[in-house]
Design a protein around this ligand. Structure first.
Ligand SMILES: [Zn+2]
Length: 490
């Protein structure tokens, strides 16, 4: 089956960069693109005239929420140690969701990611409400759901050797269990091997040691060895916040988070580093920041920037221009709700300019590249994030006829600054239509999933007081923004 898509703008790929075709064509057969350009003269079985649209590669989200997002609860409710983001030392860890609820979260999320034009996802969930970390079994179910929804996914259960707790005297310390970390790693290795043998080529595995402060040197060292053997990506949240860099300094003799990863032998071109907001350790100097940048650059690791979640916390990474100077690959993630790569590109651009005080610091194209080519490079995939002969047929259709998208003066910039994920009306993964006319082709009702997600989230939210320092009520943890007026009975 050979399909030709025609649209006002087509993003192709030439000489290592994206390019534009006006009134262009994309032709694909099965899961592969066979032609991008003008006037394809080979046989086609089906032609789709899509009109005033941008046809481009699907987005690659390397920090894709497959949870009902809990970080949104912290937007106006902080500090985290008072609001259950760091659990109380007295909390006996337990599973807050049932296995069926965890599976529902993934079904909801994979469909939501597809609707937003995310064709490749590397999931993230919060494990603060878990008995320990993620499990092999739940990710087997996740792989089944990814197959069923049709998204391309890199999957793996997150593992850790320890986590932070708030003590009765309000201090924060780490609680470690090395055996649990090692068991988590061996499950994660077994998982990568399993998905590679038993699932379609759309499903691959990766290693997901959770936050760096919760990983012992031995766990990171073993992770590095496993990564070499499996040749799969590793993603490790690092340089994310003050608590982390101070904990690394305290536990590991004054070094920075990046130095810590380096000593474990983990820095390589297979390593993806989300956030990178606190380079240079707990007391950064120009020299210590340069040292970290140099280690990342020499090792060939990728940075993963998540602008909305970063900006919501009043933080941002050192800058597009700085990372470009060091030759560090930049990729993009959503990491919170909404799972909207376009909004993240726009906000990322704004944060970059404001944090450097320079309008030339980053362009819409810089962020578009991060969401496509940068993600592909982080995964070591030269067939993703671009449309050219031989690339995967992972394609999205952005609608410039939507009245909300303003005037099109440049298809990339106008999409990034005037558009959002809701303007994506078509999504094809591996040559198969998954979203068309803005609806899931599978017939799954997002409206029904939405209702169930609300009910499940309300139940989940009610579990916060048990994890919070000082046993507050739910209303104390999450007061409404406005005073709620009670209804007077007659
Ligand atoms: Zn993250």
């Amino acid at each position: 089956m050979i399909t030709k898509l025609c649209g006002k703008w087509v993003v192709g790929h030439q000489d290592g960069a994206h390019c534009l075709f006006e009134d262009g064509e994309v032709v694909f057969e099965d899961g592969k693109v066979i032609f991008v350009g003008y006037d394809y003269d080979g046989h086609v079985d089906k032609v789709e005239e899509l009109g005033n649209v941008l046809i481009g590669p699907g987005f690659i989200d390397l920090d894709a929420i497959v949870d009902l997002d809990s970080t949104v609860l912290g937007f106006d409710n902080h500090p985290g140690w008072k609001k259950g983001r760091v659990p109380s030392a007295q909390w006996a860890r337990r599973e807050t969701y049932s296995p069926a609820q965890l599976a529902f979260n993934k079904r909801y999320a994979f469909n939501m990611l597809l609707l937003n034009g995310i064709t490749t996802a590397m999931p993230i969930t919060s494990i603060l409400y878990r008995e320990w970390a993620e499990t092999y079994d739940e990710f087997i179910v996740a792989a089944d759901i990814a197959e069923e929804t049709g998204i391309r996914a890199y999957l793996g259960p997150a593992y850790m050797s320890g986590h932070a707790v708030v003590n009765p005297d309000k201090s924060i310390s780490m609680r470690f269990d090395e055996a649990k970390g090692m068991a988590g790693l061996s499950d994660a290795i077994r998982y990568v091997e399993r998905v590679r043998s038993d699932y379609s080529s759309r499903i691959d595995g990766f290693l997901a040691p959770d936050r760096i402060e919760g990983c012992t040197p031995e766990l990171l060292k073993r992770t590095a060895e496993a990564q070499q053997r499996l040749a799969c990506p590793v993603r490790l949240h690092s340089c994310q916040g003050e608590l982390e860099v101070e904990m690394i300094t305290k536990l590991h003799g004054g070094i920075s988070s990046i130095e810590y990863i380096h000593r474990a032998g983990l820095i390589s071109d297979g390593l993806i580093l989300p956030h990178l907001q606190f380079l240079g350790g707990a007391a950064p100097t120009e020299a210590s920041i340069k040292q970290d940048l140099s280690l990342i650059s020499q090792g060939g690791a990728s940075a993963l920037i998540c602008p909305i979640v970063a900006g919501r916390h009043g933080k941002y990474f050192d800058g597009v221009s700085t990372f470009k100077e060091w030759g560090i690959n930049l990729s993009l993630g959503t990491d919170t709700y909404p799972v909207d790569m376009i909004q993240n590109m726009h906000i990322g651009c704004i944060l970059s300019r404001v944090s450097k005080g320079d309008i030339a610091e980053a362009s819409a194209l810089d962020y578009y590249n991060m969401a496509t080519l940068g993600g592909a490079r982080a995964l070591g995939r030269d067939d993703l994030g671009r449309l050219c002969a031989g690339a995967a047929a992972d394609i999205i259709v952005f609608d410039f006829d939507s009245v909300y998208t303003g005037q099109n003066f440049d298809p990339i910039t106008a999409m990034v600054i005037n558009g959002n994920g809701r303007d994506i009306k078509g999504v094809i993964v591996d040559g198969v239509k998954r979203v068309w006319d803005g609806q899931l082709v599978s017939g799954v009702s997002m409206q029904e999933l939405h209702r169930q997600a609300q009910a499940q989230f309300s139940e989940f939210k009610a579990s916060y007081p048990e994890r919070c320092y000082g046993s507050p009520t739910l209303e104390d943890v999450f007061p409404l923004s406005l005073n709620k007026v009670s209804k007077q009975l007659p």
